[in-house]
Design a protein around this ligand. Sequence first.
Ligand SMILES: Nc1ncnc2c1ncn2[C@@H]1O[C@H](COP(=O)(O)OP(=O)(O)OP(=O)(O)O)[C@@H](O)[C@H]1O
Length: 898
Amino acid sequence: MSAPRSLRSSTISPSRPLRSPASAPTKRPVTPSSPVASSTSHLRSSPSPSTSSGTAAAATKLKENITVTIRFRPLSPREVNNGDEIAWYADGDYTIRNEYNPDLCYAFDRVFGPPTTTRRVYDTAAQQVVSGAMSGINGTVFAYGVTSSGKTHTMHGEQRSPGIIPLAVKDVFSIIQETPEREFLLRVSYLEIYNEVINDLLDPTGQNLRIREDSQGTYVEGIKDEVVLSPAHALSLIASGEEHRHVGSNNVNLFSSRSHTMFTLTIESSPHGKGDDGEDVTLSQLHLIDLAGSESSKTEMTGQRRKEGSSINKSLLTLGTVISKLTDTKAAHIPYRDSKLTRLLQSTLSGHGLVSLICTITPASSTSEETHNTLKFAQRCKHVEIKASRNKIMDEKSLIKKYQKEISCLQEELTQLKHGVSVSTSNQEDLADRKLQLKSVQVKPQLRLEEEEDEAKAALMGRIQRLTKLILVSTKSSLQGKASVKPDHIWRHTFGEEELAYLPDRRRENMADDNARSTVSEHSREPRDGGTSGLDEMTKDRKKNKTRGGMLGWLKLKKSDGVAGTLLTDGNQNSTNGSASSSSKCAQTKSTRRDKAATNKSFPERTVAEDLFSAAVGSGDPSLIATTIADQMDLLHEQTKILVGEVALRTSSLKRLSEQAARNPEDFHIRDQMQKLEDEISEKKNQIRALEQQMIESFGMSHTTDSLGMSQVLSKLTTQLNEKIFEHEIKSADNRILQEQLEITKSEKAEMQETIMLLRQQLDSLAERQSTYTQQQNGADESAGRNTHNRNGDELSEIYSGAGTPTSVMSLNRVFAQEETKDIKNGTTLNSQALEIENLKKENMRLIEEKDELGKLNNKLTEEASYAKELASAAAVELQNLAEEVTRLCNENAKLSK
Ligand SMILES: Nc1ncnc2c1ncn2[C@@H]1O[C@H](COP(=O)(O)OP(=O)(O)OP(=O)(O)O)[C@@H](O)[C@H]1O
């Protein structure tokens, strides 16, 4: 291969007589020394993803120019009717010449005459950019030209003649298939620039998005970047995006694009089967751009169309200016920011990656001037230099690495979980925390822990399965030696010829043979080491599964389990079977759940998902079944999305055909095509309805199992709640009793205090009385002494006056006796009062002691009451928590039900 060299386009002298382009197909044979061969050789020198030497070669930046090709379209019926003549024609494969001015002639990397197929245009102008992107070099292919010159025809194509975009998508998946030593992650985004506003075509809510800039270049903030799993999936996304693109009619094109569109495929790849140690992770972007056509004064426009046209022209003018400045070594400032288009293309135009410009033109004399302008633009572009280099990305920025790491962590956890050993990864920590929490609340029965472990295993497997599905790997990778195949890389999503066959034009016929060979080899291969671990079993299952042809085969297997229905491997086949008997299949699933043995029989070829399903059935754990059904719902949803995309694809083809039919009412072939498309659309709509029905039925199942799982959790929680309520009631009753005791003691205490008061009063009054009495007694003693003395004196004087008489002696004796009795009486009273005082004092002491004891009892009761109160409030908090948990679960249940 010759060394890369830039081809400078230039006006050249005509070397041959004028010819009508339609009748003058290109004659010069393509030789290695031809400009296009040497010009594109640099693309071929870009690294093949499969060779390490390629990597080294790619590390050196290659200085080249944009590849510029010109594509003629035939004169349109309108132009023919208008009497248009041929103004420009392809003079050989590399030259374009003006019919009226033979000196006016331009050379490009390639010029395609009107009869050239898009497939050929793709092979020459786009294929190298696509394979470059697959090896980590950014690439851009864009179509430029006046309105109705054939840009959309070239980029999107039609049912019978797919454009660059579908061909590139197909090629990308073919390259993955042919690169077994690497694994890939693909994402697509699709946007339009309409009236200088960026809209997300994959997400109708993404309107007026902003362009941002980081160290990697410019990007659109918030755009939907969807991971794609198959060509059909990617194409369905494009087709549904096309439905949102702004299209309108003008006098020259019934379906004129009113916006620029940019379809971006983000490709990440890493060595296959190397686990975490692979440094060789690449990320590149392939932009496929269909520009809106520049509109001249001849294009009739009014109102909205005029506004759109001026916006289109302005951005194309800015593109032209940017290109001019890029080729002008003296230019200090490049006005990328003057339009959204140039801003988005900044990194592309400033030379970071491969660029292929396809200029579409019409030979018609009525647009000769516009065509000339296009050629001048193309010539300027040819002078723009690019430096293609292979992007390598840091591990942490790579989504594929992130997924790979997560998958291997999850697999490790799963293995550890199976062996009952705890590992210190975040998820395992969560699990351990959960277990500890549960254990701390109460010691659970072994059964419950086992159930939780099963749940954790199923959750891990579900996550692994979902992540694995996203990483694409060739079916050929399984042909590698046993030793090189790690179990954790065997589950990667693979796809086969079925998906690649989606597109009508099948170039890579040898792929089918390769796939068939790989399938046969897999069948004949011995089990790896006869191990019986779960991973090994899954590996075997996976190997068997591959005979069904990758992801779509996997989806078909799901169909056989009656939950997932149709599959869209080939846009036209296979789909009816699934939709026809959805309900019976669903019934089959239900019976499957009842009978595990029957399940195993009805799944001779098992899948990871089906293992999950069976595991769930086997364990009888509704939450596991619910997880699996959620996966199945995902799949049904995915299939529906693909079908919707296919309907959109066919609807847009139908639109274009109807336009052609309007121009060529006699063309029965077009009518046949339209009829066929209409049939296909209605068939696919039926399939969508069937899938929706299946989803409803699966949802019913999911709902039942979800509800079952939730109701089990709810009943567990309700039991716990009841236990707590009971505990709380007991504590409340204790509390009440303690309160009553406290009240009784309080009233006793009050009574006692009253008694004490009373006794004190009595004591006081007694003491008073005693002192009064003592005073009285003293006074009485004195007066009594005096009276007695007086009376005694009187009596004595009386007695003595009658002295000597016996009566007087007797009276005297009586007085003495009386006095003696009085003294005795007084003494007795005093003694009894002292005794009473003594007793009262004793009683007082006793009461004081009793009061102290009651005080102590009172304190004790108060303490107990406050403890009971604390217990009651703790129980109330627990109750509240439980009530919240129950509410949360009820809400979740309601959400799941919805
Ligand atoms: N190479 C071709 N062979 C046959 N028909 C073609 C070719 N190129 C374009 N056409 C037809 O010409 C018409 C206009 O093409 P198309 O819509 O692709 O133009 P466009 O450049 O995208 O226009 P606009 O900028 O207005 O969107 C279509 O009917 C298309 O089928």
